[in-house]
Write a protein that binds this ligand. Structure first.
Ligand code: HEC
Length: 228
């Protein structure tokens, strides 16, 4: 064997030795088998979480699919139960709030016609002022956030109430408040599911293709009748 051949053999042995050393090193870091690390990691994930500044949180269900949770207030409200909302209002809110049109302010302001109303604007009630620094009117979305955790939504509020933690209980409550709001704003739309939005996109494309093929523009919308 020439010198070159020996070098190759030596090189190969060195490479294998390095790989073995490397593997031992990695496994001792990960599983704490060696004397190097102070930590003993139960899993590669734990090691990764400790070793890097970021990680991706994933939950897996029993069939090992990754589950993403999307909060869809429209969907919750589409299934809302007004009478359940009434029960929780009577149990949790009525000690401080009336809701009838001619109801009076109590510890809290009367809540007739509250959906869509300006915040902190009921005549004759002295508000804490905490709501005035929050944005927007009482949309369903804002009421939802407020009722989930009043003191988080409006720090320093005088509404001494921990919050309605269950999503569907809040949706029921919003539907109940809406039932006492003449001409309440429409409930938010449920998010279109991924499939539906794909279908819609296809419909639009088809419609555009038809217009192009005909070479005609859509007829202009008719003028609204003016004699009403
Ligand atoms: C312990 C008494 C108390 C309870 C219980 C309570 N509230 Fe209140 N609520 C208040 C007070 C006080 C305010 C005024 C808050 C402020 O000025 O910071 C208020 C304000 C509100 C407002 C804003 C009104 C406006 O004019 O802007 C809404 C909406 C509301 N409460 C809904 C509810 C609902 C729904 C419940 C039941 C889940 C509830 N509250 C439970 C005392 C209470």
């Amino acid at each position: 064997m020439g010198e070159l051949g020996l070098n190759k053999v030596f090189g190969a042995i060195l490479a294998v030795a390095l790989v073995i050393l490397g593997l031992r090193e990695v496994s001792s870091i990960v599983f704490g088998g060696g004397h190097h690390g102070e930590h003993h990691y139960a899993s590669v994930n734990e090691w990764a979480a400790e070793s890097f500044a970021y990680r991706v949180e994933m939950t897996e269900n029993s069939s090992a699919e990754v589950v993403e949770e999307v909060y869809d207030l429209g969907l919750l409200m589409a299934g809302a139960d007004i009478s359940a909302g009434e029960r929780s209002f009577k149990g949790k809110c009525a000690t401080c709030h009336s809701i009838d049109q001619d109801g009076v302010n109590g510890t809290g302001p009367n809540l007739f016609a509250i959906v869509g109303a300006a915040k902190g604007a009921k005549d004759g009630f002295s508000y804490s002022g905490a709501l005035t620094v929050t944005e927007g009117d009482w949309s369903y979305g804002n009421l939802d956030l407020w009722l989930e955790a009043p003191s988080r939504y409006a720090r320093g509020t005088s509404m001494a109430f921990a919050g309605l933690k269950r999503d569907n209980e809040r949706a029921n409550m919003l539907a109940y408040l809406a039932a006492y709001t003449p001409e309440a704003p429409e409930f938010p739309q449920p998010l279109p599911s991924a499939e539906e939005s794909v279908e819609e996109a296809e419909l639009v494309e088809t419609a555009e293709a038809v217009v192009e093929a005909d070479g005609e523009e859509a007829a202009p919308a008719e003028e609204p009748a003016s004699d009403i």
